[in-house]
Design a protein. Structure first.
Ligand SMILES: C[S@@+](CC[C@H](N)C(=O)[O-])C[C@H]1O[C@@H](n2cnc3c(N)ncnc32)[C@H](O)[C@@H]1O
Length: 181
């Protein structure tokens, strides 16, 4: 499986994917400082290291960029003009099998770019997104429900709620699964 973690920060879902044997795990965040200071040290600390290199069987890579444009540097995607970024030229491997993200839907203004990026990155027809987020982010207006309403309005993907974590707090955390219809 080829996995992409968007807005990775500490990158726990991506690290878990490496440990579970994903063939490739690509970590994405806004700028290179986040990746260098947070993501990479955490990946190194959590994946077994042998002879000064990661012994993970996954191809691990890191990509910095805003959600509105990072598709231009992610490998194996369809470019805006319909060509492929794929170095092998194989159309069979376009897109990611699994896209993971946690705590990425808090800011209303970034939701459309995030959703468009997902549509560009997800393998068709079998790709799947797992999104973990709070139902609402008080004070900033975003949340899982706001993002899901965008998805439902667009109509090309179906969304299903697969987990709810209450933990006694008033703000419920949810995990949603998205797939092309
Ligand atoms: C609240 S943090 C969550 C980090 C990590 N997923 C976690 O759960 O700990 C949101 C992440 O999304 C990234 N992010 C927010 N807006 C972004 C954008 N427009 N483009 C790219 N990354 C963005 C931030 O840099 C940040 O690392």
């Amino acid at each position: 499986m080829k996995v992409l973690e968007l807005g990775c920060g500490h990158g726990l879902p991506g690290i878990y994917s490496c440990l579970q044997g994903a063939s490739a795990v690509h970590f994405q965040d806004f700028n290179s400082e986040v990746l260098q200071c947070l993501t990479i040290p955490n990946v190194v600390a959590n994946l077994p290291v042998k002879s000064e290199s990661l012994s993970s069987d996954s191809e691990v890579r890191f990509f910095a960029g805003d959600w509105s444009e990072v598709h231009q540097i992610l490998p194996n995607l369809q470019t805006d003009d319909g060509a492929s970024n794929c170095s092998s030229g194989s159309s069979a491997s376009i897109g990611y099998d699994i896209i993971l993200m946690a705590e990425t839907v808090y800011s209303i203004s970034t939701l459309p770019a995030l959703y468009e990026l997902i549509k560009k990155c997800m393998s068709r027809p079998h790709g799947v997104v797992y999104m973990a987020a709070k139902k609402y982010y008080f004070g900033v207006g975003g949340g899982s429900r706001r993002f899901i309403s965008l998805v439902e309005k667009d109509g090309v993907m179906e969304a299903s709620l697969i987990a709810e974590v209450g933990g006694g707090s008033s703000n419920v955390r949810e995990v949603w699964k998205l797939q092309f219809k």
